[in-house]
Design a protein around this ligand. Structure first.
Ligand code: SF4
Length: 326
């Protein structure tokens, strides 16, 4: 491991000041420490933010939910308000990583986690995300787990987070504090598609700190849930996943929020599926017809063509579960 300095901060402003000088924030450390061990990341300075007062979960005035950036994944998953208001968030968290990791990793860190593309973590492989301009080993290599949506000629890596898929479906916003003050960005604008600069993964400025995630209020009643399809039932990333929330009133779907994981370079919102559902009455044929739109625009690679059909089936199955019509 390369030498680095370590500073522990107890105040958000102190953190931002230190971060503006070029240090890397660390909280749970479940991604960054691994990457430092593998020499994928070589920060010169670490700023330990684990002691900052960003560990609250509160219901907002309008009935949404605010989750502090340093809330542990396990805490958020088990929180009664998260379970009651947004089961899709709780389920996505519980299906993530391992119990040990969920006890350490934070919500902010989970959104910021870097890809698990094996070539990214192999410092001998060409990888535009790790070393811009070197190429993409995955494009012509073994790409079974890679993305089919939002890819570019420069990178085809998936975003690994489960809870970010639930946040994307619910149109959550990321709260940031930086040298110029506070701002909020929709998650869809915060996480960047690779384009020609896959090394730039978030719309974050030097020194900016994630302070929390806010889920806006959604009309009630709202049924929601998360389905993750993977090669094994524990400690595995999604091949496909679906986060779905439906507001049904008077027997008609008034609002539908749908996003997919394991298939996009960012958590992938499915507006074509949503549009197909709104204004319709729940039925098995509706779920099938809406899910048929799930892979619109997909560009599969040599080893991951199966994801196109698997994604449609994942969305259809979870629509059945959340929509309550077999
Ligand atoms: Fe690197 Fe992205 Fe290619 Fe993986 S898919 S090797 S992360 S450039």
């Amino acid at each position: 491991m390369h030498p680095f300095s370590y500073t522990k901060v107890s105040d958000t402003r102190e953190a931002v000041t230190a971060g503006s000088r070029g240090g890397r924030y660390i909280a749970g450390g479940t991604t960054l420490v691994d990457l430092m061990r593998e020499t994928v990341e070589r920060p010169k300075a670490l700023i330990d933010i684990a002691g900052l007062p960003l560990r609250e979960i509160t219901v907002t005035e309008r009935g949404g939910l605010s989750i502090g950036a340093l809330v542990r994944m396990a805490e958020a998953a088990a929180h009664p308000k998260v379970r009651a208001l947004y089961p899709v968030v709780s389920q996505a968290l519980e299906l993530s990583a391992s119990a040990q990791l969920r006890n350490m990793a934070t919500i902010g860190g989970n959104i910021m986690q870097r890809t698990h593309c094996p070539y990214f973590r192999d410092v001998t492989a060409a990888c535009n995300k790790r070393a811009p301009g070197t190429g993409c080993s995955a494009r012509e290599g073994f790409n079974r787990g890679h993305a089919i949506l939002g890819t570019s000629a420069h990178c085809v890596a998936t975003h690994a987070s489960d809870v970010a898929v639930a946040f994307a479906a619910l149109e959550a916003r990321v709260s940031l504090l930086g040298p110029d003050g506070e701002r909020r960005l929709p998650l869809a604008d915060f996480l960047l598609r690779p384009g020609s600069t896959p090394d730039r993964e978030q719309a974050i400025q030097p020194g900016e700190l994630i302070t929390g995630v806010e889920i806006p209020a959604h009309p009630r009643p709202l049924r929601s849930g998360y389905l993750k399809v993977r090669d094994r039932q524990s400690y595995e990333f999604a091949l496909t996943s679906a986060a779905i929330a439906l507001h049904v009133s008077g027997g008609v779907i008034r609002a539908a929020k749908v996003a997919a994981g394991g298939v996009g370079t960012v958590p992938w919102k499915l507006p074509a599926v949503e549009q197909h559902l709104v204004g319709e009455r729940p039925s098995a044929s509706l779920w099938a017809a809406a899910a048929a739109r799930a892979a619109d625009g997909a560009g599969p690679l040599k080893h991951n063509r199966f994801k196109v059909e698997l994604l449609k089936r994942t969305v259809e199955r979870q629509l059945r579960v959340v929509g309550g019509t077999k």
